[in-house]
Design a binder for this molecule. Structure first.
Ligand code: KG4
Ligand code: ZN
Length: 405
């Protein structure tokens, strides 16, 4: 089965085409085409994502990415006559597509011009992120997916972005005949896991502990009370004068500090917020304020001091995340841990969670670094699993900025 994934929840426009096969109760996944356009450079000057700009950029990028994705998959063929094959449906299709994309004028124009001139690529299902995220950005993807679904007469599955971050961690590369790893050959299978499992989701908008009771069956058991982990990285980076997005910048500085001064006791100790609280919630805004107060007391924020603070901040976040995750695993008698979300790209975090898993005998799943941050493969995969499970969906679904698992 061929599934097209579409992701526009924040500042990445992404499209991915996968082909799935069920073999001896294993789900095999082949990536046929995978394209992503990051808007980071555009949002950098605002120090964060600017929703109206994100909406405009998604409109601009979706069709070029779709064409590039189909080309990569070998499924792109232009039609000589626009709308060829639609017959009498062509005029009706134009009317319906105009209605679906009436709030995305720029995209509508390109859709009528370019997409009606592409031969139907034979895709079976479309999966699109319908939340959580920035609502204006989400709507672009949702309406685009519905227009494609109408044109190609195939179902469109609303997909939860956070579920995407969970399931992508469960992909393990298949080995080819020479034993090469699948991230190069683009072939994967879905790992079997034992339930209950705990998922720690850490991204720009979320910090959540999720009890995965069974396949696609979730309960949120811990949440941030204020800033998300990724948001804290981004805000602290801004305080230290580092560019957006701050996570990778902080991570680089912290690593430099670790390499240069492996055993140093920090001159700038920071709190570990809520580490001793009995619940599974988080709070990172006080930590960010502590960094602010620390920097205000320093007359000159030299590169050496910045890297020392970056390391202490990173350690503080990771200490809290590990402590709460451990509590969750113990409380629910779980042995399986699934990490997901953009902050899992952090190398120190990956290293410390992997060590902790070894010590405690947990089965741990962490996404490949390139799949940690937002992408459309995770949406195609989550959409497929839901489609396989439920088979039907409400065609009038909407985009929901605060969609929950
Ligand atoms: O999942 P994601 O790509 O988007 C959302 O769904 O929010 O996560 C983005 C977040 C940003 O806050 C970014 O700073 C953070 O992930 N991030 C990192 C790293 N790479 C990305 N945080 C810490 N260390 C990193 N290496
Ligand atoms: Zn995300």
């Amino acid at each position: 089965m061929k599934i097209l994934g579409i992701e526009t929840s924040c500042d990445e426009t992404a499209i991915c085409l996968i082909e799935t096969e069920e073999v001896l109760s294993k789900t095999k996944i082949n990536i046929l085409g995978n394209k992503l356009y990051s808007q980071i450079a555009i949002h950098k000057e605002y120090g964060g994502v600017f929703p109206i700009l994100a909406k405009r950029e998604h409109q601009k990028n979706l069709i070029p990415l779709l064409i590039a994705c189909l080309e990569e998959a070998g499924l792109f063929s232009p039609l000589l006559i626009q709308g060829e094959g639609l017959g009498v449906r062509c005029e009706e299709a134009k009317i319906k597509i105009t209605a679906l994309l009436n709030r995305e004028a720029e995209l509508l124009h390109e859709f009528l011009d370019k997409v009606l001139s592409i031969k139907n690529p034979g895709i079976d299902v479309i999966a699109v992120t319908n939340g959580p995220g920035l609502e204006p950005a989400l709507w672009v993807g949702v309406n685009f997916a519905k227009a494609l679904g109408y044109l190609w007469n195939i179902p469109v599955i609303p997909t939860n972005h956070m579920e995407g971050h969970i399931v992508i961690s469960l992909l393990s590369p298949s080995l080819d005949k020479e034993g090469a790893r699948g991230w190069l050959i683009k072939q994967f299978e879905l790992s079997n896991i034992s339930y209950p499992a705990i998922s720690l989701l850490i991204s720009g908008g979320h910090t959540q502990l999720v009890l995965v009771k069974d396949f696609l069956n979730y309960e949120i058991i811990g949440n941030t009370r204020d800033d998300a982990a990724g948001e804290a990285f981004d805000k602290v980076a801004r305080i230290l004068g580092l560019p957006y997005p701050g996570g990778p910048e902080i991570s680089k500085l912290a690593q430099k500090e670790r390499d240069e001064f492996p055993n140093k006791i920090t001159n700038y100790p920071l709190p570990r917020p809520m580490i001793h609280s009995k619940d599974l919630d988080f709070s990172f805004s006080g930590l960010k304020t502590a960094v602010l107060y620390t920097t205000q007391k320093i007359s000159e924020l030299t590169p050496a001091i910045k890297q020392e603070i970056a390391k202490e901040f990173e350690d503080a976040v990771i200490d809290v995340l590990i402590s709460k995750t451990k509590m969750a695993l113990e409380k629910y008698g779980a042995q399986t841990l699934i990490l997901g979300g953009g902050v899992t790209a952090n190398s120190e975090l990956r290293h410390r969670f992997t060590n902790e898993a070894q010590k405690n005998n947990w089965q741990i799943f962490i996404p490949e670094i390139s799949a940690s941050t937002d992408n459309a493969l995770m949406i195609a995969l989550a959409g497929y699993l839901n489609f396989k499970n439920k088979q039907k969906t409400d065609p009038d679904f909407v985009a929901k900025g605060n969609l929950s698992l």
